[in-house]
Write a protein that binds this ligand. Structure first.
Ligand code: ATP
Length: 324
């Protein structure tokens, strides 16, 4: 392998830049050429390439988002689109690529490999932590810190006015952000898709909390939660059935995807980038780099895109105990 391409694809997340930097610098260290592709698979099809050397990635380790931009690309879902991408890579002399993204981006990489026997390695970048084969995805830790910081602020105003807040957080179909940030921010209840608490139990819990003398309450609601009501409907429901509360809603939204990556995400991204390039140079392919028990591991992409992450039951128990 003489030339490796790196790009970001799908939703952006903090730590992607640190991963790009790591891939580029590892290539420089190993004396392999490196080229960046802008706008994911769309840029691949259009030949939007830029040669990278160690100095091309100065001052990006601390930046959120992705300097290479990200894009969704419908063309790449077709055989014709992938043929165009292959032709562009060949023209540029690229022998392998590292894709930083989520499930969809990995599925595209796998198809591309099947059709052209092209070596590919994935690095999981998403704040949702919803990828099988790694305990942490890039951006998850940063998002948790962002959410906790914001909830601390909401708590200040909630306790000054004896209010109940429903705070909606991201996470797609999983509750990792909600559960971890909920415990970290001391939430009263945490509603996650993996365990439907039910409206009755929610009311009971809020009643108990009020009776125990708490001046305010914060309920974290994962966006994929299955209680059957969104945060605004939950507010109405509680106001109707439990008029002892003054209820407010806060939907945190896209701010959760931004910001400077945490130290944890920077370190993880640096480690994953090295592992990705080394794996390609060892002749490996179709693998995703992940971390488990603080060790880097490789999982077949075919498994990573099919598997489901599990919620930490022990952490759910901790959360229950904390709201005594
Ligand atoms: P996230 O969902 O976390 O934002 P992702 O990588 O899953 O990230 P997607 O939008 O699902 O994001 O996928 C990114 C790109 O990967 C798509 O725009 C498309 O170009 C390519 N892709 C996704 N699924 C396929 C597929 N089945 N076949 C070929 N390419 C695909």
């Amino acid at each position: 392998i003489k030339k490796i391409a790196v790009f970001t694809s799908g939703g952006d997340s903090p730590g992607m830049n640190a991963a790009i930097r790591s891939v580029v610098r590892t290539c420089a260290y190993m004396k392999v050429d490196c080229v960046a592709i802008y706008r994911g698979y769309q840029g691949m099809i259009e030949g939007d390439f830029k040669p990278m050397d160690a100095r091309s990635v100065n001052n990006i380790i601390n930046k959120g988002g992705t300097i290479l931009k990200s894009a969704r690309c419908d063309d790449f879902r077709t055989k014709e689109g992938r043929k165009k991408a292959y032709d562009q890579l060949k023209k540029e002399g690229v022998d392998a690529f590292v894709v930083i993204g989520g499930d969809g981006s990995f599925t595209g990489a796998l198809k591309f490999n099947e059709e052209y026997d092209f070596p590919v390695i994935g690095i999981p970048g998403t704040i949702d932590n919803d990828i099988f084969g790694t305990t942490f995805t890039l951006g998850f830790d940063t998002a948790l810190n962002t959410v906790v910081e914001v909830i601390d602020k909401i708590r200040d105003t909630a306790s000054s006015h004896n209010r109940l807040f429903f705070v909606e957080v991201m996470g797609r179909d999983v509750g990792h952000i909600a559960l971890n940030a909920g415990v970290g921010a001391g939430a009263e209840e945490i509603l996650i898709p993996e365990e439907n608490l039910g409206l009755e139990r929610l009311l009971e819990s809020l009643k108990r909390s009020k009776a125990s003398g708490k001046s305010s309450s914060i309920v974290i609601v994962a966006e994929g939660d299955k209680i059957g009501k969104n945060v605004f409907e939950l507010k109405e429901y509680v106001e109707e059935h439990l008029p002892i509360y003054d209820v407010r809603v806060s939907v945190l939204g896209h701010m959760q995807r931004g910001g400077a990556p945490s130290c944890y995400d920077r370190v993880l991204a640096s480690r994953m980038g090295v592992k990705a390039v080394e794996s390609l140079l060892e002749g490996k392919s179709n693998l995703m780099v992940g971390v488990q028990d603080n060790k880097l591991i490789l999982t077949p992409i075919s498994k990573a895109i099919k598997g489901h992450t599990k919620i930490d039951k022990e952490l759910m128990r901790v959360s229950d105990i904390m709201t005594v």
